[in-house]
Ligand binder design. Sequence first.
Ligand SMILES: Nc1nc2c(ncn2[C@@H]2O[C@H](COP(=O)(O)OP(=O)(O)OP(=O)(O)O)[C@@H](O)[C@H]2O)c(=O)[nH]1
Length: 492
Amino acid sequence: MTFEMETEAAFVIHPTWNRLFLASRNNLGISLLLIILCGLLYYLLGLLSPYYRIDALAVPLVWLPSGLALVVVLLAGYRFALVALLGMALLAIQQGLPQSMVLGVVIGATLQAFLPALLLRMFGFNPRLERIRDVMLFVGMGGLFGPFLAASAGVVGLSNSLPGGGALLQIWLVWWLANSLGCLIITGFLLVWVTTGQEIIPAKNRLSLFVLLCGATAATLLGFIDTTTGQSSIVLFAVIPLTVFAALYCGRQGVTVLAMGALVAVMILMTSAPPHLQEASVLVNMTFNLGLIWMASFTGLVVAAAYSEQGAGDRYAYLAQHDGLTRLINRSTFEQRLEQAIQHAKREGRPQVHALMFIDLDDFKLINDQFGHATGDLVLRSLSDLLLSHVRSRDTVARLGGDEFVVLLENCSADCSRLMAERIATAIRGMLIPVENGNCQITASIGVTPIGDNTGTLASVLSAADAAHYQAKDEGKNQVHYRYVERVTDEC
Ligand SMILES: Nc1nc2c(ncn2[C@@H]2O[C@H](COP(=O)(O)OP(=O)(O)OP(=O)(O)O)[C@@H](O)[C@H]2O)c(=O)[nH]1
């Protein structure tokens, strides 16, 4: 299902979400209701923050609502920027913040959701995060620029009530990082999973993901901060390779799951952090470690996107070289191989080095007309399987188009090519295609032409084989016609 964004970009989105967003777009009442519900969710997520905040800085280490606000604006439209405005206003009132600060945090939170979404849409961002370009845009706008706005507006609001200088800078940094983590991890997670269609993680990789998730969570729990000594450990660095493994085996979905696991582990640790963890040196440690989790998540998304782009490139290359129905190589790929064979034959200096076989089904149009196109397709696929099973490993089978197939028989004498053509013609006669009331039988007309030192150009070889097959048609179909006359021995 395709969900049209407010720009030209279009992307596949899970049908349930699609219905919800479309309903909200077409109906103001539903839209308002969703904004209020999301605003309340924003407020509730914000209420959780005191459990993992650093009192000395008066800011939480992770700001989850920023992630929610950005994802709803990206997926549901600009009016959902009101979610941040509403949720943050409720939080500011509930916490009894001074008026200057209320203004700063509310404006900051709203801009943080609105402006990155606006810029991302302007740049044609695709929220599936499958391309490196989209990941860089997302991190640049959502992970860096948006949080910069929120932290700056918030700190300006704070500046009247707190001593200035170094403390404000540190608060700004943690504020920015907390919002950035919220956007990068929460928005990243929701975007990836909402836009995941059929391509869920394969069953065989789910166990790997579970193990990697346990590893990343354990590394964070053990390495982020020791709640008794305030020390952190190098174990935390394991999150980076684990996230890269998740990217390679489970794609972007795997990365977002691992990043989420690390984030939850940080929050669990902070809820049990005793007061002495508020010391300045510990705060620097924790800020550094949060940056490390940020880096792991970013690296994982880039690696997953690079891997996905490479896979897409391979798929396009395969499709460009193969016929979509039969999976045989197509005309242009075949012509390249045929050209090489012609050049090789000329160097060999014999009248026949290879042979080209041209196969065209007889009255194939009748099969389509009588039994339908699906049966016609089945015939073509069955024929391609039959050809592949009747040629040698060094031979090349291709579909030129319609019901025309060719086989390049490499290092094949006249006798050999005759025998192979007869065998294939006999096998085609014996092919039974299941139809409504039983089976249908098919036949083919086959032309064979030699490739040797006297052979002309690629076009002339193809046209000689084509002419030979027309000769077989003209002589009554269901037979093989050879462009040369030689004694046949059973050498193949
Ligand atoms: N099912 C199916 N049909 C196809 C496909 N590509 C081409 N065709 C049909 O294949 C038929 C080719 O017919 P022709 O080769 O012109 O004629 P024919 O009926 O085989 O007659 P002769 O070649 O004279 O024996 C046409 O009806 C095309 O529509 C395909 O991918 N699938």
